[in-house]
Design a protein around this ligand. Structure first.
Ligand code: PMP
Length: 437
């Protein structure tokens, strides 16, 4: 049975006061009318593109199916003109259509069935706009803990009450989530949303199991909150088991859709500098995010969108998926190298669960093996390890309340095997020295 889309009024209680007072841009909202046959537009302050000096862009890419071959993609004519000019706030139409096609293939979400995409300048900017659309000072947001450090200041800046939900090797703990929600003080407004990174979480590297995801979705219905699914590591899944479905797909099993706003990013698979991501979710919320875009940056850069689309269109969806599989296998090898080095140097000195996705290893330093307390990696990592020439992140930066923890985040994406071994050998020395001091 096809689920029904939640109606526009459903979202009103979720909106922040600033979002409620936003109005569509008087100019940008009329852009679509310029395409109406017979209309002579005196509307937009678009510069005359014939004065722009660019005449053609040529890019060369490695072929996803045969890396020894290069494909040449030309951007000229109408595509170049579109890339050089102001364009629709939600993204250039060709890239928006590409996203519709991708989300149907990958997540089973069809165009016209309760969602639409909007192109963002990276997923970070999408999350920023969604947060501004939803939260007033004092509103509660549930976040998995440890959580991506990039959202802590974002939610704090809006004056949110950040509520930490525990996580373990199976991802976010639905038990912890249920207990928070069931013991929520009577009379206090319930959390509006949950923020989670379901694959290869930054920093823990964990991927939430399918059961956990179903339970979380069920709780979202029972306790009426939205799910902000931040998923930049989706295409970096390399686990042995079949990948669990996204929240965006799983919500199709619910009687109604529209609780999930999904944030995708091309940063880890095409280029992080190109700054292209996309949010997919209910039109009522994305429209508010688009108003934010229109007043802050007008739109995501047309040219990077055009270049991205030209490349993706020249490949087609199958080659895109092939490319993402190659990228995920690259990270799997890096993970294996890191894990072997962990075993070699830090067995008995640290504890970890190897990740099945992404580019992070999260491990606990066993500085005092006799205590069950969590400990504190902060000084060890910030001063002792650095003195020996190893730079990593103490786990405290990923805890919403900034409390001490013995955990450390190591990123393994850039290092060669000898560098990994040397870094972990140095860390072993630090831990042994700490143990005897
Ligand atoms: N979310 C998470 C969990 C991330 O790790 C990152 C990148 N570090 C982002 C969002 C931002 O990515 P983007 O480049 O798409 O803005």
């Amino acid at each position: 049975m096809t689920p029904t889309a939640l109606p526009a009024e459903f979202y009103t209680p979720f909106l922040s006061d600033t979002a409620k007072s936003r109005k569509p841009s008087p100019i940008r909202s009329l852009f679509p009318l310029e395409a109406r046959p017979g209309v002579i537009s005196l509307l937009a302050g678009k510069p005359n593109a014939s004065t722009f000096p660019f005449t053609s862009i040529q890019l060369t890419s490695r072929s996803p199916t045969d890396p020894s071959k290069e494909t040449i993609v030309e951007v000229n004519g109408d595509a170049l003109a579109e890339g050089l000019q102001y364009s629709a706030t939600a993204g250039i139409p060709s890239l928006v259509e590409w996203v519709y096609g991708l989300q149907e293939r990958v997540h089973g979400r069809k165009k016209g069935e309760g969602w639409r995409p909007t192109i963002t300048s990276g997923s970070q900017h999408g999350i920023y706009k969604a947060a501004h659309a939803l939260f007033n000072p004092g509103d509660s947001i549930l976040v998995e803990s440890p959580v991506y450090a990039g959202v802590i200041p974002l939610f704090a800046d809006l004056g949110c009450n950040i509520v930490a939900v525990e996580t373990d090797a199976n991802g976010i703990s639905s038990k912890s989530l249920r207990s928070i929600l069931e013991s929520w003080p009577a009379g206090k407004p319930k959390p509006k949303a949950l923020y989670t990174v379901p694959y290869g979480c930054n920093p823990t590297g964990m991927t939430a199991t399918e059961d956990r995801r179903r339970e979380v979705l069920q709780l979202a219905r029972e306790h009426n909150f939205l799910i902000l699914e931040d998923d930049p590591y989706f295409y970096l899944y390399y686990g042995q088991a079949e990948r669990p479905p996204s929240y965006f797909r799983l919500e199709l099993e619910q009687p109604e859709v529209g609780r999930v706003i999904r944030f995708d990013s091309l940063s880890k698979i095409l280029s992080s500098g190109i700054r292209i991501g996309f949010a997919s979710g209910p039109a009522s919320l994305l429209q508010i995010m688009d108003m934010h875009t229109a007043m802050s940056i007008l739109q995501t850069a047309s040219l990077t969108q055009t270049i991205t689309f030209a490349l993706l269109d020249s490949w087609g969806y199958d080659a895109f998926i092939t490319h993402t599989k190659t990228v995920s296998q690259f990270y799997k090898q890096k993970r294996d190298v890191f894990e072997n080095a962990m075993q070699k140097h830090l067995t008995g000195l640290a504890q970890w669960t190897p990740p099945d996705a992404g580019m992070f290893f999260w491990f606990k330093l066993l500085i005092d093996p006799d205590t069950t307390a969590d400990g504190d990696s902060e000084t060890v990592i910030r001063s002792k390890a650095l003195e020996k020439g190893v730079l990593a992140l103490p786990g405290t930066v990923f805890l919403p309340d900034g409390k001490k923890t013995a955990y450390v985040r190591a990123s393994f994406s850039l290092l060669e095997e000898d560098q990994v071994n040397e870094a972990l050998r140095r860390l072993k020395e630090v831990i042994l020295e700490e143990r005897t001091s």
